[in-house]
Design a protein around this ligand. Structure first.
Ligand code: ADP
Ligand code: GLC
Length: 495
């Protein structure tokens, strides 16, 4: 099948979170299964042109009151099979930041930037005379694509192209001043007509959710949760209405990049048959983060964006978090690697200065992320919501037992510990409160000291869990066919 992926992030070129991993892995797996997959994304300023080839001729993209011109580069990053086209435009992408920067978290011209991406991806396909059977878009930055397919591109080149929009995180919707609609070159009638209107503002994701032939999200539990008021981010009514076209497909994980038996980023290799290397990684982790060398104490690790979504208010909110209590009342060490919201960085640093067994590094660092997965005993993810989550899967693979809130993909991947027989793969709590986090960490630590045979058993089981992209890619292919059938009117779709 000919599949055009449009995305704002993809490893190894640009990444702020799991979206970048998921898109790269899915595209690679679809190609491996024999499909003709091509990716279009922006050429951000920090992407080195050295490894890329320039596609002949400039690309004209209708945006705002005229046309914006850009260059197109092609590459196959990571020595992969998948061609990636990068749209280059100095004015829109010639700066640091994917969506924004620290001082300007959401660039003022984002509607223009991502209109250029969405419309540009379609223009490029036409230029290449390569008509995709399906376009697969991801999150709000690419949500305009299905809108164009139903408007400017309803007939002609894309008449039979189905569209799939995957929600990786409903918390980010791309909401802007309504006058920005002029950037899309869609007239005012589309403000209501195509579903952009959201409390009198322009909501890009909402229009995509209205227009895509098929909607997916990245775990079955999250697919159900986003249809409720609690997790629907005000889109729940629309999503309930589109429920027959909405599917949850669990992300896989990359078992080559995250393989404790041959991971080049960790000092000692290990497997479920021989966990000796894990002990030595624990010692290396202690050293790296400046913890005393005390093998008898368990380590709880975290690698995360420091954002409300990840449960940091419950963990270290200035008035009610549980991290201080965890560090002072339990016999353990905690290491945290992350970057994100300023309040959270400050709070964590201040807590770390008061508690010698809490070590915090405010950095985005691939190697340290691998070391934490390999060297920790437990991995904490108290997310308020988690569409899928990758880190708990990495943790399972590295025998680092996840302690998680039962939500979204965490609920679908971590199995509760059974105190009777040592079953399960982690520790799961139902309601996210500071006390629940404290109690679950406490339970895990108690088990570590008092039931080491259960920990050992769980580790071995966790390391053998598999969340493969093979199955997920096969499921996506079925859904692509559904999308095409809907586009062709063979199956009615909800609007
Ligand atoms: P999200 O996309 O919501 O942030 P995921 O769990 O899906 O959550 O993906 C997060 C990805 O980003 C993982 O690959 C994780 O290892 C990585 N990551 C997050 N923070 C850091 C960091 N500070 N250093 C290195 N990797 C990080
Ligand atoms: C988002 C979600 C995360 C998910 C990732 C990849 O960033 O927050 O849970 O794993 O997308 O789909």
């Amino acid at each position: 099948m000919r599949v055009l992926m449009v995305t704002s992030e993809m490893v190894p070129l640009a990444k702020t979170g799991g979206l970048a991993d998921a898109v790269a892995a899915l595209a690679a797996e679809l190609a491996r299964q024999g499909n003709d997959v091509r990716v279009v994304m922006p050429r951000y300023y920090n992407i080195d042109l050295g490894d890329l080839e320039r596609v002949e001729g400039p690309l004209g993209v209708p945006v705002g009151f005229g046309e914006s011109w850009g260059a197109v580069y092609e590459g196959r990053p990571g020595d992969g099979e998948v061609p990636v086209y990068l749209l280059d435009n100095e004015q829109l992408f010639g700066r640091n930041g994917i969506y924004g920067t620290r001082t300007e978290p959401d660039f003022k011209d984002n509607v223009r930037r991502f209109t250029f991406l969405c419309r540009g991806a379609l223009q490029l396909a036409k230029r290449l005379r390569w008509a995709p059977e399906v376009v697969h878009c991801h999150d709000w930055p690419t949500a305009l694509v299905p809108v164009y397919l139903n408007t400017w591109e309803r007939v002609g080149f894309f008449a039979t192209t189905g569209s799939v929009l995957t929600i990786h995180n409903l918390g980010y919707q791309g909401i802007y001043d309504k006058n920005e609609i002029h950037q899309t070159q869609l007239g005012w009638e589309h403000f209501h007509g195509s579903g952009f209107e959201f409390f009198n503002r322009l909501n890009l994701l909402k229009a995509g959710l209205r227009n895509a032939d098929v909607l997916t999200t990245v775990s079955p539990t999250y697919a159900a949760e986003i249809q409720t008021a609690e997790h629907g981010h005000k889109m729940d009514a629309l999503l309930r209405h589109r429920a027959p076209d909405l599917f949850g497909v669990l992300n896989g994980m990359d078992y080559d990049a995250w393989n404790p038996e041959q991971d080049p980023l960790i000092p000692h290799h290990f497997s479920h048959r021989d966990l000796g290397g894990k002990e030595r990684n624990r010692a290396a982790l202690r050293k790296e983060f400046g913890l005393p060398d005390d093998p008898a104490r368990p380590i709880v690790g975290m690698v995360s964006r420091l954002a409300d979504q990840k449960g940091f208010p419950e963990l270290c909110g200035p008035t009610h978090g549980s991290l201080y209590k965890i560090c002072t009342e339990l016999e353990l060490d905690v290491v945290i690697l992350g970057t994100g919201d300023a309040w959270c960085e400050e709070e964590l640093e201040s807590l770390a200065s008061q508690t010698p067994n809490l070590k915090v590094q405010l950095a985005f660092d691939e190697r340290k992320a691998h070391l934490i997965e390999a060297g920790s005993d437990f991995f904490l993810m108290p997310s308020r919501y988690e569409p899928c989550g990758l880190n708990q899967m990495y943790s399972l693979r590295y025998g680092t037992l996840p302690i998680v809130h039962r939500t979204g993909g965490l609920a679908d991947t971590v199995e509760q510990y059974c105190a009777e027989n040592g079953g399960g793969t982690g520790f799961v709590f139902d309601k996210l409160t500071p006390d629940a986090i404290f109690d679950s960490v406490g339970w895990a630590i108690w088990t570590w000291y008092n039931r080491p045979e259960h920990i050992e058993k769980m580790r071995k089981r966790a390391m053998q869990c598999r969340f493969s992209w093979e199955d997920s890619a096969a499921r996506y292919l079925e859904l692509y066919q559904w999308a095409i059938d809907r586009r062709l009117g063979r199956v009615a779709r909800t609007e």
